[in-house]
Design a protein around this ligand. Sequence first.
Ligand code: FAD
Ligand code: NAD
Length: 467
Amino acid sequence: MQYDVIVIGSGPGGYVAAIRAAQLGLKTACIEKYSTFGGTCLNVGCIPSKALLDSSEHYYNASHTFKTHGINLDNLSVDLTQMMKRKTEVVAKNTSGITFLFKKNKIDSYQGVGSFKDKNTVVITKADGTTQEITGTNVIIATGSKPSSLPFIKIDKKRIITSTEALTLTEIPKHLILIGGGVIGLELGSVYARLGAKVSVIEFMDSIIPTMDKSLGKELQKVMQKQGVEFYLGHKVTGATTKGKEVSVTFDSPTGEKKELKGDYCLVAVGRIAYTDGLGLDKIGLAVEERGRKVAVNDHLETSVKGVYAIGDVIRGAMLAHKAEDEGTLVAETIAGQKPHINYNLIPGVVYTWPEVAAVGQTEEQLKEAGVKYKTGSFPFRASGRAVASGDLDGFVKVLADAATDEILGVHIIGPRAADMIAEAVISMEFRASAEDVSRASHAHPTYTEAFREACLAATDNRPIHI
Ligand code: FAD
Ligand code: NAD
């Protein structure tokens, strides 16, 4: 078969690239080695984790906050089997949605491992060992990433686990030890803490979610501590071993003190590495970068081999589903002769804990380091009528604006529905709004988004109304 575009991998990068290419009239194929489409995101990432976060949040609210709303429940219990079954159904609905979209857009899909024979020929090796070759004028590598570990830790997938296993546990851990206080650790740690597990987080840096604005990590840590999670910051893990059902994790404190925690599960969440195994990159003269094993690309996301592009987790930048999607669209449109653009500064980051954390643009630390003169405006959710009504009082919105022009440079939110609220900040910044622009736009009352308007008022000339 001869195609205009062959996409290898069907995650949010690959399937969006395939759909956009087909929309643009290009004859398109997508190869996926797993039995379902959707990649990490739909199968073992964004979607199942959010399903479990939603379920566990319902349980947490039923057991902790319903009483204050005048709702009394007797004999509340968790049915983990049902919770996991629902999660599996949610995943199936999403992955079958991609099958439908591929058919609708007349995309040919192939199941098997895609491997380069040459820059225009991809060999597909199916599960039964049989092979098939297809050719394409352009090939998009969208093979994603896999969990990384520490060299001295052996992931046994039973007691010392990655996010993939943490999404399918058959019992609620008694004591879950997390190595890494990043996004995965805090999201999956929240799931099991809400269901009753003791959760301990060991983080190498001196704050959790260390790449985000420091104020967010500080506030999130405070709230999660109230939820019962314990933190060891600035601690260096030195080993993790299992004995029967027990896991032991050893680590050093910032002052060199030797420590040990014993639990029944240890989740290693120290980042992910690009996945290129079996792709046959050497056949087309492509090498991966030493660090992170990423495929190098230029501004058009084309590799050093003409007509071979790469997108998503397998290339530089944030490992986020929406970043992969945007890159899929960009490459499809580039191949079709358009001149698309991505503003990488405006890709939002979200952590789906409760309260949620969401941010876009520059952090205060980055502005300081770059010597940019900026103004800050903050507004706490405890002063928001909507948040008081729902009882979600933790957190704040922080707006950073240019000291001279008032242009919004960064928005950092921790609070209820922050994941949805951040879209207003992204759009405002895409149109290069000033804080005053946002504060002059009407915001429905009562909504959480009023807190963004108030933070903008505070940033513009320190005149919030409700504090
Ligand atoms: P992937 O989704 O990894 O897809 C790559 C696909 O390529 C896979 O299906 C793989 O099987 C296939 N493949 C690989 N090699 C071959 C080959 N040789 N032949 C054929 N097929 C191949 N991001 C967010 O933005 N929001 C979230 O809430 C979020 N939550 C997450 C939660 C967890 C637990 C994890 C692990 C990740 C989460 N992420 C989230 C990150 C997100 O999943 C990734 O950034 C995203 O999936 C990357 O998309 P991708 O298309 O680059 O690769
Ligand atoms: P991460 O980079 O978010 O966090 C890893 C954490 O581990 C960091 O805080 C790091 O300092 C810490 N760490 C590294 N080495 C350590 C060590 N030796 N001891 C203790 N701590 C150590 O990575 P992750 O949480 O594994 O997530 C992987 C990727 O998946 C991320 O890039 C993220 O963008 C993506 N993801 C996104 C979402 C979301 O968007 N909501 C959710 C889950 C995952």
